[in-house]
Unconditional design. Structure first.
Length: 335
Protein backbone atom coordinates (compact mmCIF):
# COMPACT_ATOMS: atom_id res chain seq x y z
CA UNK A 1 0.00 0.00 0.00
CA UNK A 2 1.40 3.37 -1.03
CA UNK A 3 1.85 6.12 1.54
CA UNK A 4 -0.88 8.25 -0.11
CA UNK A 5 -3.41 5.40 0.04
CA UNK A 6 -2.54 4.83 3.68
CA UNK A 7 -3.18 8.49 4.53
CA UNK A 8 -6.47 8.40 2.56
CA UNK A 9 -7.55 5.34 4.55
CA UNK A 10 -6.68 6.95 7.87
CA UNK A 11 -8.48 10.15 6.84
CA UNK A 12 -11.58 8.19 5.80
CA UNK A 13 -11.64 6.33 9.11
CA UNK A 14 -11.29 9.57 11.07
CA UNK A 15 -14.14 11.13 9.10
CA UNK A 16 -16.27 8.03 9.68
CA UNK A 17 -15.71 8.03 13.43
CA UNK A 18 -16.24 11.80 13.63
CA UNK A 19 -19.55 11.42 11.81
CA UNK A 20 -20.51 8.52 14.09
CA UNK A 21 -19.80 10.53 17.24
CA UNK A 22 -21.75 13.50 15.87
CA UNK A 23 -24.76 11.58 14.56
CA UNK A 24 -24.99 8.66 16.98
CA UNK A 25 -27.14 10.45 19.61
CA UNK A 26 -29.85 10.63 16.97
CA UNK A 27 -29.67 6.87 16.40
CA UNK A 28 -29.38 5.86 20.03
CA UNK A 29 -32.91 6.50 21.30
CA UNK A 30 -33.47 4.10 24.18
CA UNK A 31 -36.62 4.29 26.24
CA UNK A 32 -34.61 5.55 29.21
CA UNK A 33 -34.42 8.91 27.42
CA UNK A 34 -37.49 8.63 25.20
CA UNK A 35 -39.98 6.62 27.29
CA UNK A 36 -43.00 4.74 26.01
CA UNK A 37 -46.16 6.79 26.33
CA UNK A 38 -48.35 4.63 28.58
CA UNK A 39 -51.86 6.09 28.43
CA UNK A 40 -55.42 4.92 27.77
CA UNK A 41 -54.80 4.61 24.02
CA UNK A 42 -51.70 2.51 24.67
CA UNK A 43 -53.59 0.22 27.05
CA UNK A 44 -56.53 -0.12 24.67
CA UNK A 45 -54.28 -0.87 21.68
CA UNK A 46 -52.29 -3.55 23.47
CA UNK A 47 -55.46 -5.07 24.88
CA UNK A 48 -56.77 -5.49 21.33
CA UNK A 49 -53.41 -6.86 20.20
CA UNK A 50 -53.50 -9.51 22.93
CA UNK A 51 -56.99 -10.67 21.93
CA UNK A 52 -57.19 -9.96 18.15
CA UNK A 53 -59.55 -12.82 17.26
CA UNK A 54 -61.98 -12.56 20.16
CA UNK A 55 -65.66 -12.82 19.32
CA UNK A 56 -68.27 -10.62 21.04
CA UNK A 57 -69.50 -13.54 23.18
CA UNK A 58 -65.93 -14.16 24.33
CA UNK A 59 -65.35 -10.64 25.60
CA UNK A 60 -66.45 -11.58 29.09
CA UNK A 61 -63.27 -13.66 29.42
CA UNK A 62 -61.03 -10.68 28.60
CA UNK A 63 -59.78 -8.71 31.61
CA UNK A 64 -61.52 -5.36 32.02
CA UNK A 65 -59.16 -2.47 31.35
CA UNK A 66 -59.30 0.61 33.58
CA UNK A 67 -58.34 4.02 32.26
CA UNK A 68 -58.87 6.42 35.18
CA UNK A 69 -60.03 6.37 38.83
CA UNK A 70 -63.67 6.67 37.73
CA UNK A 71 -63.28 3.17 36.25
CA UNK A 72 -62.98 2.01 39.87
CA UNK A 73 -65.82 4.28 41.02
CA UNK A 74 -63.41 6.74 42.64
CA UNK A 75 -64.09 10.45 42.18
CA UNK A 76 -61.09 12.42 40.95
CA UNK A 77 -60.08 15.69 39.35
CA UNK A 78 -57.51 16.57 36.71
CA UNK A 79 -54.36 17.95 38.31
CA UNK A 80 -52.07 19.85 35.95
CA UNK A 81 -48.91 21.78 36.77
CA UNK A 82 -46.91 24.03 34.43
CA UNK A 83 -43.21 23.21 34.24
CA UNK A 84 -40.67 26.03 34.45
CA UNK A 85 -39.39 24.99 31.03
CA UNK A 86 -42.91 25.26 29.61
CA UNK A 87 -45.48 22.59 28.96
CA UNK A 88 -47.76 20.74 31.35
CA UNK A 89 -47.39 17.89 33.78
CA UNK A 90 -50.73 16.10 33.79
CA UNK A 91 -52.06 14.00 36.63
CA UNK A 92 -54.97 13.06 38.87
CA UNK A 93 -55.92 14.18 42.35
CA UNK A 94 -58.18 12.06 44.55
CA UNK A 95 -59.40 13.66 47.76
CA UNK A 96 -60.14 11.72 50.92
CA UNK A 97 -63.69 12.04 52.24
CA UNK A 98 -62.41 13.23 55.62
CA UNK A 99 -60.33 16.43 55.46
CA UNK A 100 -57.76 17.61 56.16
CA UNK A 101 -55.89 14.40 55.37
CA UNK A 102 -52.36 13.27 54.73
CA UNK A 103 -51.49 13.46 51.02
CA UNK A 104 -49.43 10.88 49.14
CA UNK A 105 -47.64 11.98 45.97
CA UNK A 106 -46.90 8.89 43.85
CA UNK A 107 -43.88 9.08 41.54
CA UNK A 108 -43.96 6.32 38.94
CA UNK A 109 -41.10 4.27 37.52
CA UNK A 110 -39.49 4.61 34.10
CA UNK A 111 -41.85 3.74 31.23
CA UNK A 112 -44.90 3.88 33.48
CA UNK A 113 -47.59 6.49 34.01
CA UNK A 114 -50.42 7.37 36.35
CA UNK A 115 -52.57 4.70 34.71
CA UNK A 116 -50.33 2.01 36.26
CA UNK A 117 -51.31 3.15 39.77
CA UNK A 118 -55.09 2.91 39.75
CA UNK A 119 -55.08 0.16 42.35
CA UNK A 120 -52.75 2.20 44.59
CA UNK A 121 -55.11 5.15 44.25
CA UNK A 122 -58.19 3.20 45.27
CA UNK A 123 -56.57 1.20 48.06
CA UNK A 124 -54.77 4.12 49.70
CA UNK A 125 -57.75 6.44 49.30
CA UNK A 126 -59.87 3.80 51.07
CA UNK A 127 -57.40 4.09 53.94
CA UNK A 128 -58.05 7.81 54.32
CA UNK A 129 -55.32 9.46 52.24
CA UNK A 130 -55.45 12.11 49.55
CA UNK A 131 -53.68 10.78 46.45
CA UNK A 132 -51.88 12.63 43.69
CA UNK A 133 -50.16 10.85 40.81
CA UNK A 134 -48.52 12.72 37.94
CA UNK A 135 -47.15 11.65 34.59
CA UNK A 136 -43.49 12.65 34.68
CA UNK A 137 -42.24 14.73 31.77
CA UNK A 138 -42.06 12.71 28.53
CA UNK A 139 -44.34 10.06 30.10
CA UNK A 140 -48.06 9.40 29.69
CA UNK A 141 -50.01 12.56 28.84
CA UNK A 142 -47.41 15.04 30.11
CA UNK A 143 -45.44 17.27 27.79
CA UNK A 144 -41.73 16.93 27.07
CA UNK A 145 -39.66 14.88 24.66
CA UNK A 146 -36.72 13.70 26.78
CA UNK A 147 -36.56 12.27 30.30
CA UNK A 148 -33.85 12.27 32.94
CA UNK A 149 -34.07 11.66 36.71
CA UNK A 150 -32.01 14.79 37.29
CA UNK A 151 -32.51 18.42 38.19
CA UNK A 152 -35.32 19.18 35.74
CA UNK A 153 -37.59 16.40 37.02
CA UNK A 154 -36.78 17.13 40.67
CA UNK A 155 -37.77 20.74 39.96
CA UNK A 156 -41.04 19.41 38.49
CA UNK A 157 -41.74 17.53 41.73
CA UNK A 158 -41.09 20.66 43.77
CA UNK A 159 -43.70 22.53 41.71
CA UNK A 160 -46.22 19.73 42.28
CA UNK A 161 -45.46 19.87 46.01
CA UNK A 162 -46.01 23.65 45.99
CA UNK A 163 -49.49 23.12 44.58
CA UNK A 164 -50.38 20.24 46.91
CA UNK A 165 -49.24 22.09 50.02
CA UNK A 166 -51.35 25.09 49.02
CA UNK A 167 -54.53 22.99 49.13
CA UNK A 168 -56.61 23.28 52.28
CA UNK A 169 -57.20 19.52 52.24
CA UNK A 170 -53.49 18.74 52.65
CA UNK A 171 -52.27 17.99 56.14
CA UNK A 172 -48.93 16.18 55.83
CA UNK A 173 -47.16 15.31 52.57
CA UNK A 174 -45.74 11.86 51.76
CA UNK A 175 -43.48 11.12 48.79
CA UNK A 176 -43.70 7.60 47.39
CA UNK A 177 -41.46 6.60 44.49
CA UNK A 178 -40.90 3.34 42.65
CA UNK A 179 -37.70 2.38 40.80
CA UNK A 180 -36.36 5.45 39.05
CA UNK A 181 -39.22 7.32 40.74
CA UNK A 182 -37.62 6.39 44.08
CA UNK A 183 -34.41 8.13 42.98
CA UNK A 184 -36.44 11.24 42.13
CA UNK A 185 -38.32 11.12 45.45
CA UNK A 186 -35.02 10.78 47.35
CA UNK A 187 -33.57 13.88 45.71
CA UNK A 188 -36.76 15.86 46.33
CA UNK A 189 -36.79 14.83 50.00
CA UNK A 190 -33.14 15.81 50.45
CA UNK A 191 -33.08 19.10 48.57
CA UNK A 192 -36.61 20.31 49.38
CA UNK A 193 -37.29 18.96 52.87
CA UNK A 194 -41.05 19.53 52.98
CA UNK A 195 -42.23 15.92 52.90
CA UNK A 196 -42.96 14.27 56.24
CA UNK A 197 -42.58 10.63 55.14
CA UNK A 198 -40.58 8.99 52.36
CA UNK A 199 -41.52 5.63 50.81
CA UNK A 200 -38.97 4.06 48.45
CA UNK A 201 -39.97 0.96 46.51
CA UNK A 202 -37.25 -0.92 44.61
CA UNK A 203 -34.74 1.96 44.72
CA UNK A 204 -31.63 1.48 42.58
CA UNK A 205 -28.41 1.75 44.59
CA UNK A 206 -26.96 4.30 42.15
CA UNK A 207 -27.58 5.52 38.63
CA UNK A 208 -24.25 4.28 37.27
CA UNK A 209 -25.06 0.67 38.19
CA UNK A 210 -28.58 1.06 36.84
CA UNK A 211 -27.30 2.34 33.48
CA UNK A 212 -24.78 -0.52 33.23
CA UNK A 213 -27.57 -3.07 33.69
CA UNK A 214 -29.90 -1.17 31.40
CA UNK A 215 -27.27 -1.18 28.62
CA UNK A 216 -26.66 -4.91 29.02
CA UNK A 217 -30.38 -5.63 28.84
CA UNK A 218 -30.86 -3.28 25.88
CA UNK A 219 -27.86 -4.06 23.68
CA UNK A 220 -26.20 -7.16 25.17
CA UNK A 221 -22.91 -7.77 23.29
CA UNK A 222 -23.31 -4.52 21.34
CA UNK A 223 -23.38 -2.40 24.49
CA UNK A 224 -19.67 -1.55 24.13
CA UNK A 225 -20.56 0.10 20.83
CA UNK A 226 -23.58 2.15 21.96
CA UNK A 227 -23.19 2.53 25.72
CA UNK A 228 -20.61 5.40 25.69
CA UNK A 229 -22.91 7.49 23.48
CA UNK A 230 -25.95 6.67 25.64
CA UNK A 231 -24.10 7.48 28.88
CA UNK A 232 -22.91 10.82 27.49
CA UNK A 233 -26.47 11.77 26.53
CA UNK A 234 -27.78 10.82 29.99
CA UNK A 235 -25.04 12.88 31.66
CA UNK A 236 -25.96 15.91 29.53
CA UNK A 237 -29.63 15.64 30.52
CA UNK A 238 -28.87 14.93 34.17
CA UNK A 239 -27.00 18.26 34.58
CA UNK A 240 -24.58 16.79 37.10
CA UNK A 241 -22.15 13.81 37.15
CA UNK A 242 -23.85 10.41 36.94
CA UNK A 243 -21.86 9.17 39.94
CA UNK A 244 -23.53 11.82 42.13
CA UNK A 245 -26.92 10.09 41.92
CA UNK A 246 -26.07 7.55 44.60
CA UNK A 247 -29.00 6.64 46.86
CA UNK A 248 -26.78 5.05 49.47
CA UNK A 249 -25.01 8.37 49.86
CA UNK A 250 -28.11 10.58 49.55
CA UNK A 251 -30.18 8.69 52.12
CA UNK A 252 -27.32 8.96 54.61
CA UNK A 253 -28.19 12.68 54.83
CA UNK A 254 -32.01 12.36 55.03
CA UNK A 255 -33.70 12.45 58.46
CA UNK A 256 -37.21 11.95 57.08
CA UNK A 257 -38.95 8.74 58.29
CA UNK A 258 -38.44 6.25 55.47
CA UNK A 259 -40.06 2.96 54.47
CA UNK A 260 -37.98 0.82 52.11
CA UNK A 261 -39.96 -1.71 50.06
CA UNK A 262 -38.08 -4.58 48.42
CA UNK A 263 -39.58 -6.95 45.87
CA UNK A 264 -37.85 -10.09 44.53
CA UNK A 265 -34.60 -9.62 42.63
CA UNK A 266 -34.97 -8.41 39.07
CA UNK A 267 -32.58 -7.40 36.31
CA UNK A 268 -32.28 -3.81 37.52
CA UNK A 269 -32.49 -3.81 41.34
CA UNK A 270 -31.28 -6.41 43.84
CA UNK A 271 -32.72 -6.90 47.32
CA UNK A 272 -29.22 -6.89 48.85
CA UNK A 273 -28.68 -3.40 47.42
CA UNK A 274 -31.93 -2.12 48.90
CA UNK A 275 -30.77 -3.52 52.23
CA UNK A 276 -27.51 -1.58 51.95
CA UNK A 277 -29.43 1.65 51.24
CA UNK A 278 -31.66 0.92 54.25
CA UNK A 279 -28.62 0.41 56.49
CA UNK A 280 -27.02 3.65 55.25
CA UNK A 281 -30.18 5.72 55.83
CA UNK A 282 -29.91 8.38 58.55
CA UNK A 283 -33.66 8.37 59.19
CA UNK A 284 -34.32 7.95 62.95
CA UNK A 285 -37.42 5.96 62.02
CA UNK A 286 -37.00 3.52 59.16
CA UNK A 287 -38.34 0.12 58.18
CA UNK A 288 -37.53 -2.50 55.55
CA UNK A 289 -40.55 -4.26 54.06
CA UNK A 290 -39.80 -7.44 52.08
CA UNK A 291 -42.73 -8.47 49.89
CA UNK A 292 -43.35 -11.53 47.75
CA UNK A 293 -40.51 -13.39 49.43
CA UNK A 294 -42.81 -16.37 50.13
CA UNK A 295 -44.27 -16.43 46.62
CA UNK A 296 -47.52 -14.66 47.44
CA UNK A 297 -48.34 -11.91 44.90
CA UNK A 298 -49.12 -9.21 47.46
CA UNK A 299 -48.54 -6.30 45.06
CA UNK A 300 -49.90 -7.88 41.90
CA UNK A 301 -53.17 -8.85 43.55
CA UNK A 302 -53.49 -5.59 45.46
CA UNK A 303 -53.01 -7.55 48.68
CA UNK A 304 -54.06 -6.11 52.00
CA UNK A 305 -50.62 -6.69 53.53
CA UNK A 306 -48.90 -4.34 51.09
CA UNK A 307 -51.28 -1.39 51.48
CA UNK A 308 -51.79 -1.93 55.20
CA UNK A 309 -48.04 -1.86 55.81
CA UNK A 310 -47.68 1.42 53.93
CA UNK A 311 -50.61 2.95 55.78
CA UNK A 312 -49.37 1.75 59.17
CA UNK A 313 -45.90 3.18 58.60
CA UNK A 314 -47.25 6.59 57.59
CA UNK A 315 -49.67 6.71 60.49
CA UNK A 316 -46.94 5.70 62.93
CA UNK A 317 -44.33 8.10 61.56
CA UNK A 318 -46.46 11.23 61.57
CA UNK A 319 -47.41 12.79 64.94
CA UNK A 320 -50.99 11.77 65.37
CA UNK A 321 -54.15 11.73 67.33
CA UNK A 322 -56.95 9.28 66.71
CA UNK A 323 -59.79 10.64 64.66
CA UNK A 324 -63.25 9.10 64.25
CA UNK A 325 -63.68 7.86 60.70
CA UNK A 326 -65.94 5.76 58.55
CA UNK A 327 -63.05 3.74 57.11
CA UNK A 328 -63.17 0.07 58.05
CA UNK A 329 -59.77 -1.09 56.79
CA UNK A 330 -57.47 1.15 58.84
CA UNK A 331 -58.29 4.18 60.90
CA UNK A 332 -56.74 7.36 59.64
CA UNK A 333 -54.45 9.16 62.04
CA UNK A 334 -53.47 12.77 61.76
CA UNK A 335 -52.38 15.61 63.91
Amino acid sequence: MSLNKFFYLISALLIFFSAFIYLSPGFVSPDFIYPDRIDSLYVRFHSQQNFPDSLPDELTDIPVEHYNPASLEVAYSEFNVTMRTGGQLRGWYVAAEDTPANTILLIHDLNESKINYLDHIKQLRDRGFNLCVMDMRAHGNSDGMEFSPGESVVEDIKLVMDTLLSLTGTHHLILMGKGIGAAIATQAALFDGRCDVLILESPCINLSTYLDRYAFKKWSVLRAFWYPVFRRKVADLLQYPIRDLDLKELTSHIKTPTLFIAVPDNEMVYTTEILSIYEASAAPRKELFLVNQDGTPEIVSGGELYYNRISEFINGAIPKKIKKTKYKKLAMYDQ
